[in-house]
Each structure stands twice: as C-alpha cells, then as structure tokens.
Design a protein around this ligand. Structure first.
Ligand SMILES: N[C@@H](CCC(=O)N[C@@H](CS)C(=O)NCC(=O)O)C(=O)O
Length: 225
C-alpha cells in the first residue's frame, strides 16, 4: 500500500494542487493509496522526507518527494500499468509542460482564489498561510480579494493557448488522457476544492468535466468548496 502525505483543509478537503497531480497519477495506474493529511505549518511531521513540501509518497521503503519526481518514480516502478508519459519523448515534453504550468499558471490562479483558500485551511494553518501567501503575492489577502477581477483577466489571458488546443483535441496529451492532463487539471481542482467562484470557461470547462469523470469519477467525489 502506498502512503501519500498531502495538505488537509477544513471538512476533509485535500487542497494541495501538486498532490492532485500525484492522486491522479495513482488513479491512472490503479494504485491504491492511504492519504495522510498534514498542516502546512507542521514541518515536523514531514521531516522524514528531508524537505518541507508535499506531496510525499512512501511505497514500501522508498520515499519520494516532489510531484514530478513521484510521477517519474511511478512510471518507472509500475511500467505495466497504463503509461503516464507515453515514452521518453513524451516524458520530456510532459516535463516541459509541468514547468510551464508551474511558472505561468500557479501564481495567476493563486491570486484569484487565495482569500477563499484562506477561509478553508485548518485553523492551525491560518496565520502561516496568510503570512506566506502575502509574501508571495506582495499584497494582503484583503487586497487580493478586491483585485480578484484583474487576477481573473490575467488568468484567462494566460489560458488562451489551452483553450485553442482543446478546440482541436480532447485531451492535453492528445487522443488519451495522461499526466499532462493531470498537471493542468490540478490548477482547477485546487480552485474547485477551495473556492466557490468558478474560474473556468469552455472548452476548458468541458475538458475539466471529462477529467473529473475519469477513473470512476475519482476526483469528482471529494469534499469541495
Ligand atoms: N515542486 C513541488 C512543489 C510542492 C509544493 O510547493 N507544495 C506545497 C503545497 S501545494 C507545500 O507543501 N507548501 C508548503 C509550504 O509552503 O510551507 C512539487 O511539485 O511537489
């Protein structure tokens, strides 16, 4: 059995966007796992991993931290289960996409949903979350809430290439869903779990619904905002 350490929010929410990539990769490969929710501010509980972030997985005696490294580990360890990358070239291109999403989309989405996320983290994390997010965004949570419309416009502009792509093919990875889909999906699942304001339009919205239906609606049936 694989164990997954990930952020736990109020009422059973699982809101770490990077952990959603791992969750979807595990579901894609039909690997069962046990979820260990942690607080963002509690670094002692994940010190065994040698780092300060989740996701972390433990598979037997093997501990892997960082969502990209976990995806590579799962692909190499479980080669007979459905592929996440579709070979070496696919792995390289998926890595490029991972970097693009992290650099281009995480901050614009954070600016849209940060105040909503703050209302749904565990009370023990409220202060830590506020301080670290205000430092990253260089504004208070209240300012972020007031500037939400601007942040939404920036996000929509950045997503335009993905909207264009999804008019031409059903999945980010092409004819079949694969890890590239889960990378982009994680951005919107983060918003779905923690914010009551929809931040997604068609055709992206239809694609998102398709991903929610995958693997027995694995990602659909979870506590959301
Ligand atoms: N590159 C890492 C990023 C992981 C990351 O930033 N995780 C966040 C949660 S979504 C975290 O653990 N943050 C802890 C903190 O900011 O103290 C990955 O892909 O796993």
């Amino acid at each position: 059995m694989i164990t997954l350490w990930e952020l736990g929010g109020r009422n059973g929410r699982r809101y770490s966007l990077f952990s959603w990539r791992t969750r979807m990769a595990l579901a894609h490969k039909s690997l069962a796992f046990e979820s260990k929710p942690v607080c963002m501010s509690d670094k002692a509980v994940i010190a065994f991993s040698g780092g300060k972030t989740v996701p972390i997985v433990k598979d037997g005696e093997t501990v892997v931290r960082d969502s990209w490294k976990i995806a590579e580990y799962l692909e190499d360890r479980y080669p007979d289960a459905p592929t996440l990358f579709g070979g070496a070239v696919g792995r390289g291109v998926t890595h490029a996409f991972n970097v693009w999403v992290d650099r281009a989309l995480v901050l614009p989405m954070l600016a849209v949903i940060v105040a909503d996320v703050h209302e749904r983290v565990e009370p023990a994390d409220e202060q830590y979350f506020r301080e670290s997010m205000e430092k990253i965004l260089k504004m208070t949570l209240e300012e972020a809430r007031n500037r939400r419309a601007d942040a939404m416009s920036r996000l929509t502009r950045t997503l335009e290439p993905m909207q264009a792509l999804l008019k031409r093919q059903p999945w980010i990875a092409g004819a079949q869903p694969a890890y590239a889909d889960y990378i982009l999906f994680s951005i919107f699942q983060w918003a779905r779990v923690m914010s009551p304001h929809p931040a997604i339009e068609n055709p992206l919205l239809e694609w998102f619904e398709r991903v929610l239906d995958l693997h027995g609606s694995f990602a659909r049936n979870v506590p959301v905002a």
